[in-house]
Write a protein that binds this ligand. Structure first.
Ligand SMILES: [Zn+2]
Ligand SMILES: [Zn+2]
Length: 403
């Protein structure tokens, strides 16, 4: 995941702006300064574009201005508050290099920024927010994947029941929350206490081909300030929509026991006192269950004036199912890149290109899969207890020729 490869994949996916990630890590920070240059208005671009690595064809190399970056990082906080151990992840955006440098200096005195993955800080979220607002109030702190059982603001294992309990007097500094892969805005809007927050969606990708599986679409001034204002305003003319993964595909959506093959909706597990009907032990409760606990509204379709969300299925998964093969398989990649060459980027293919045009460039079954996904004709088998959920667009196995 070097910058060249990230930029190339962003272009393939149809993304104009990416977080740098990990600006708090000393080596990555060094690379940010060496490989990126300010593009003005708080964004950055590739200094010297190079062909992407990781087996990606040169033809997909991004030019300097194709993709922009903004300074971002994710941090892990583990601390005790009100006699409970709290474990949460926070995303941090910074408007310029000097601010990021100051943040790195301060945090370097508190925790080990060299550790692999996210740095772990023994600081409480409110003190962290105070420190960041003091360094530069134009920074943005966003609680990450807020419903996952572990490491999140509302996590059932070690989180809080309210944003105010976590950020105390710094709560007004928090303007947005990240929904995470196993939740979507419709689920979160059942909690009225969260109405004042913007809900953003990020890919949380650990490999470049997963970029954009969740994303945010804006029609705003292309600048750090424009971005933050569009989020803050929650104005659907500026913050157009979020791209969502089907939350049921997440590993902790429903309740259940993986080893017992038991999967239950929250209502059913409550009737069974959260005990497994097969082995009698406590069930692993999913995101859905946790939202039911905090919700004060019934489930409704998206209300007017809210930022709409678009549920998409990644193109390699659609092709994989159409071909009856794994999304990582060679023939699937063949069809994938043929479509990208033809139509420019994945987002456009999934949302805009008419079925007739898709049929010109790809087998009928792939075009049909894209159309069914657009219409929401999807059968969903929810994930539970660490097992990924599954989506189905077709019934039986396919008869597509492999090329
Ligand atoms: Zn995280
Ligand atoms: Zn069991």
């Amino acid at each position: 995941m070097t910058f060249d490869t990230l930029a190339a994949w962003a272009k393939i996916k149809g993304l104009a702006l990416l977080g740098t990630s990990d600006f708090t890590h000393p080596e990555w920070w060094h690379r940010i300064k060496r490989e990126l240059e300010p593009a003005g208005k708080g964004f950055f671009r590739l200094k010297k574009p190079k062909p992407p690595s990781g087996g990606l064809s040169r033809e997909f190399a991004a030019a300097s201005d194709d993709v922009h970056f903004l300074l971002s990082t994710e941090l892990s906080f583990i601390y005790a508050q009100k006699e409970k151990t709290r474990k949460i992840h926070l995303i941090l955006l910074a408007p310029d290099l000097q601010t990021a440098e100051k943040i790195n200096l301060r945090l370097g005195k508190i925790g080990n920024l060299r550790s692999d993955g996210r740095p772990i800080l023994g600081l409480d979220a409110a003190s962290f927010a105070r420190m960041i607002a003091d360094i530069n109030p134009r920074c943005l702190i966003v609680p990450a994947h807020i419903w996952t059982p572990w490491f999140s603001l509302f996590g059932s294992r070690s989180g809080f029941d309210a944003v105010e309990d976590c950020f105390e007097d710094m709560t007004p500094f928090i303007i947005a929350l990240e929904t995470g892969l196993s939740a979507d805005p419709r689920m979160i809007r059942r909690v009225s206490a969260l109405d004042r927050f913007a809900l953003i969606s990020n890919s949380d990708a650990h490999s470049p081909s997963k970029l954009g599986r969740e994303a945010n679409a804006f029609d705003a001034d292309f600048s750090y300030r424009g971005l933050i204002e569009a989020i803050r305003s929650r104005n659907p003319a500026k913050f157009l929509y979020t791209v969502e993964f089907y939350p049921e595909e997440g590993k902790y959506y429903a309740d259940g026991h993986r080893n017992c093959g038991i999967v239950l909706a929250p209502k059913e597990s409550r009737r069974k006192k959260n005990l497994c009907p097969a082995c009698g032990k406590t069930l692993t409760l999913g995101v859905r269950h946790r939202i039911e606990e905090l919700a004060d509204r019934p489930e409704r379709p998206v209300t007017e004036g809210r930022i709409p969300s678009l549920h998409l299925i990644p193109l390699d998964e659609i092709i994989g199912e159409a071909c009856g093969r794994s999304p990582a398989c060679r023939s699937v990649r063949g069809y994938y890149f043929r479509l990208i060459r033809e139509f420019g980027n994945e987002h456009r293919i999934l949302t805009e290109i008419p079925g007739g045009e898709l049929r010109r460039a790809a087998p009928e079954r792939i075009a049909l899969g894209v159309e069914r996904a657009r219409r929401g004709q999807v059968r969903v088998f929810p994930g539970y207890d660490g097992k990924y959920g599954q989506l189905r667009l077709f019934d039986g196995p396919s008869g597509l020729p492999v090329k």
